[in-house]
Every structure is written in structure tokens, then in C-alpha cells.
Write a protein of this length. Structure first.
Length: 143
């Protein structure tokens, strides 16, 4: 079953993400790529930690606030525990970093900067994700 199509909330979310990314780039010259931001926290350099910490804190705090505003969007109907989902996200992040990429850096900032690498990476991310969803959907319904 296909969910009801919404346009306003995703559009506003995209505008906010774009605005925040542009603000980060224009204010301190940094790209809002989460893998690189986390790596900078794990391998800190003097004077380059505070903004990274605030960025991560903002992501966590924003998610926490939104879970109260729209709790229906935060229900776990996957049959998997929150710990398994967190582990999966961590492993994706490690894999992305090992591949010298970053989905948010390419998808949000790279496309905006007209990066050739990003124009190759983003369709690859989306294509592989679509294939996995298609495959899992077929196997779940027994095709």
C-alpha cells in the first residue's frame, strides 16, 4: 500500500537542510557531511572540535524534539530493535567512510557545488538503495 503523498513537509525539510548546509559553508567554510564531521571528532585538531560537537548535538536534539512533535514518525514498525537499527547506521557510516564518501556530503553539498564525484555518487546511492528495497520486497512477498 502506498502512503498518502505529502509535499509540504518534505519540501520544508529540504529547504531547512539546504539552508543549514549553506550557512555552515558560508560561515566557517565547512561541508555538512556527517562522516567527515564525526571523523573530525574522533581525530580532533585544535580549534576544529567545537563546531563539530555542536553539529552532532543539533542532530540529536533535533531528532529528540521532532519525536515529541510528530511521534507517529518515530515508531519502530520494522520488527527490529533500536539497538540493531543504531548498529546498522553505525556500520553504514563506517563503510561510507572507508569508501571515502559521505551520503550527506555528496547529496546535499556536492550536488550544490556541482561536484563530478557527487553526480556519480548520488545516483549510485539511490540506485543501490532502490535495488535493495525492491529485492527485500520481492523476497518478503515470495516472488
Amino acid at each position: 500500500m502506498i502512503a498518502e503523498f505529502e509535499i509540504i513537509k518534505p519540501l520544508l525539510g529540504g529547504v531547512l537542510i539546504g539552508f543549514a548546509s549553506a550557512l555552515l559553508m558560508l560561515s566557517i567554510g565547512r561541508i555538512a557531511g556527517i562522516s567527515g564531521i564525526v571523523e573530525g571528532l574522533l581525530r580532533p585538531k585544535t580549534g576544529d572540535v567545537f563546531w563539530r560537537f555542536l553539529f552532532i548535538l543539533g542532530l540529536v536534539f533535533g531528532g529528540f524534539v521532532m519525536s515529541f512533535i510528530m511521534p507517529e514518525r518515530y515508531s519502530l514498525e520494522t520488527g527490529r530493535s533500536i539497538e540493531m537499527i543504531a548498529l546498522a547506521g553505525l556500520l553504514v557510516g563506517v563503510g561510507v567512510h572507508l569508501g571515502s564518501g559521505c551520503t550527506s556530503g555528496h547529496g546535499v553539498c556536492g550536488i550544490g557545488r556541482i561536484s563530478k564525484r557527487s553526480f556519480a555518487a548520488v545516483p549510485t546511492f539511490i540506485g543501490v538503495g532502490a535495488l535493495v528495497v525492491w529485492y527485500l520486497g520481492r523476497s518478503r512477498i515470495g516472488l
